[in-house]
Design a protein around this ligand. Structure first.
Ligand code: F0G
Length: 354
């Protein structure tokens, strides 16, 4: 049967009434890809849930389709969010699709160019503040509390509802829940959503076990790991450059209830995992996404897993959103040569020596 999007696919698990429009851009249904070389290298049965193949290139589409459908059902005409880039891209796209206005607040100079391009082309009103994501979210909360505007950050519970469907897909694709679910943690909505999804699917008799949830913050933004908000978070992974996660309790709860943990990875570990995914597996995810794999590599080094255990790394966003980091991180530009066979052969020989 033709895939009709998340709201249609998982209707009975979602807060959908007869009045909810079944809005869709065919989000969800993303592949679970076995990481063959990394499995071998790490002695694990390792998979990636490639969320970068969603319509706007990140997992945010799952939550946004639900939140925007509910905003439409409630008769709202405008949605608003703070964002490190992906939420704003998804909000802008689904607002366009649903015929709503969209306002996005982003930290000036701190979002990947592709994400900014998305918000703009989908027609959102884009405002860049001289402040970080945490401040942007505070302002959005203040404004949406007073104005007739729907907040679509993950503090909107419909976002979590939509995002939990990724856990359903992982169970269906693997035929069971994995032993571990590794995931980047920024504002902590996604780890909260996955854990809710795994528990609901188990309660519905669709999977027999639950994974241990292992979430990874970036070292320069590791508020949960430190146990206190970070005033000036810094990381190369701008998507998770967040110092005071809104779903802090949800993340801690997911880790505790599942017997997992919230840990951290350095920027160097993130970038190494980012390059590894692309060059060894052919999978281009954005830097923040690679925090999940970086975390698994770190825990493996510390002797954490047993041979052959199943691990799913969530790759939250598409690498194409952030070409700047790709080029920077490999420090390679194409070699420019004259347009002749001899010059190209010369260049090939030169490159082989690198
Ligand atoms: N990975 C990517 C690519 C993200 O864009 C985000 C969050 C996360 C991981 C972390 O997910 O916040 O649920 O813990 N991006 C948000 C945004 C903050 O505005 O796009 P989380």
């Amino acid at each position: 049967m033709r895939y009709m999007g998340l709201l249609h696919q998982y209707k009975s698990y979602l807060p959908i009434t007869e009045k909810t429009p079944l809005l869709t851009l065919h989000e969800g249904n993303t592949p679970l890809i076995r990481a063959e070389k990394l499995s071998e290298e790490l002695g694990l049965d390792l998979y990636v849930k490639y969320e970068g193949l969603n319509p706007t290139g990140s997992f945010k589409d799952r939550g946004m389709v639900m939140a925007v459908a509910k905003a439409m059902e409630e008769g709202s005409s405008t949605i608003m969010c703070a964002s490190t880039g992906n939420t704003s891209a998804a909000a802008a796209a689904y607002a366009a699709r649903g015929g709503l206005n969209c306002i996005v607040l982003i930290p000036n100079n701190n979002i990947a160019l592709g994400k900014l391009a998305q918000a703009i082309i989908y027609g959102a009103k884009v405002i860049a503040i001289e402040g970080n994501f945490d401040r942007a979210l505070e302002i959005v909360r203040e404004i949406t509390a007073k104005q007739p505007i729907t907040l679509v950050n993950s503090v909107n519970p419909y976002r979590i509802e939509g995002q939990k469907t990724a856990a359903f897909e992982v169970c269906d694709q693997l035929g069971k829940a994995p032993d571990y679910l590794a995931i980047p943690v920024g504002n902590a909505g996604n780890i909260t959503a996955y854990w809710k999804g795994f528990k609901e699917y188990q309660a519905a008799g669709k999977s027999s076990s639950l994974p241990q949830m292992i979430g990874f913050e970036a070292e320069g933004a590791m508020a949960i790991v430190k146990g206190e908000p970070i005033l000036n978070p810094e990381t190369v992974a701008t998507a998770i450059r967040i110092g005071n996660p809104a779903s802090w309790d949800g993340a801690v709860n997911a880790a505790n209830e599942s017997g997992g943990q919230i840990n951290y990875v350095t920027d160097d570990e993130i970038l190494a995992a980012y390059r590894k995914l692309a060059s060894q597996e052919g999978i281009f995810a954005e830097p923040a996404s690679a925090a999940s794999l970086a975390g698994v590599i770190k825990l493996k080094r510390e002797g954490h897993f047993r041979q052959g255990q199943s691990v799913v790394c969530v790759l939250t966003g598409n690498g194409l959103k952030d070409p700047h980091n790709a080029i920077q991180s490999v420090k390679a530009e194409p070699l420019v040569v004259e347009d002749s066979e001899a010059a190209v052969m010369d260049a090939i020989r030169q490159l082989e020596q690198v």
